[in-house]
Design a protein. Structure first.
Length: 213
């Protein structure tokens, strides 16, 4: 298991909505409150979720491949819209949040990555721990998009945001997710359940890499 090559290519961070200016130094975008931070890799650009993403999220959320997952009922547009507003607001509250993943060359949307506090009710997990969540549009699965996008978000989380670790939850039948977390270098930490939900989730963890000697 190789894991993401953290230092292979510097992440470029830009302030969302502030034009093409690119900062090479993470410190340049540190702020008490941010309305969003863009993350750029060779193939992808991650932009803070915005209202213009609504059509994409409604369509992706109601794709047959997503609905066929055990816990997913169709979601009407109004519900997806409410969720999108919560994602947008989270940036103001925490200084991190939800990114929409775009293909750089075509500028087409590919998926979503989010950082979200776990909250109370999870066995063995502190409410303040931060979860990374991933979804890629099914027409683009298995092309490395989730791994690349989550790698960017992890770097942002360990540098600009300053967190020490990330967690991710999945179920043992979600082979694509398990493989993605493995490729990210995440370590299996145990299992958890939420309050009265009988589903058992595997918990994975990624710690901030130690600085090079
Ligand atoms: C999980 C998910 C985000 C992965 O996105 P992705 O862009 O396809 O991920 P990547 O291409 O980076 O990696 C997927 C890996 O899983 C592997 N994989 C896919 N289906 C698999 C299966 N049934 N069994 C084993 N491995 C599988 C792929 O081959 C690939 O590994 P490889 O690069 O070694 O070949 C995507 O499948 C998805 O959106 N699923 C629905 C939402 C979800 O389950 N989110 C995860 C919650 S933590």
């Amino acid at each position: 298991m190789g894991g993401v090559q953290w230092e292979r290519e510097p992440v470029r961070l830009t302030r969302a909505g502030h034009g093409p200016e690119v900062h090479d130094h993470v410190a340049a975008v540190c702020a008490d409150t941010v309305s969003g931070v863009e993350l750029v890799s060779g193939r992808l650009v991650l932009r803070p979720a915005s209202e213009s993403d609504l059509d994409f999220y409604v369509e992706m959320r109601n794709r047959p491949e997503i609905l066929s997952r055990a816990d997913h009922e169709p979601k009407p547009r109004s519900q997806v819209e409410r969720q999108l507003h919560r994602w947008i607001d989270r940036w103001q509250e925490h200084g991190f949040g939800t990114w929409t993943v775009f293909h750089r060359e075509s500028d087409e949307r590919r998926g979503r990555v989010e950082l979200d506090p776990m909250g109370a009710g999870w066995g063995g997990i502190s409410p303040g721990e931060i979860e990374v969540g991933l979804i890629v549009h099914p027409t683009h699965w298995n092309r490395g998009i989730a791994t690349e996008a989550a790698g960017l978000v992890a770097v942002d989380c360990f540098t600009r945001v300053g967190l020490d670790r990330l967690v991710a939850l999945t179920t043992s039948d979600n082979k694509a997710s398990l493989r993605t977390l493995e490729k990210l270098g995440m370590r299996h930490r145990g299992e958890t359940q939420y309050a009265s939900d009988p589903t058992t989730y595997d918990v994975f963890e990624l710690a901030r890499p130690a600085p090079r000697p």
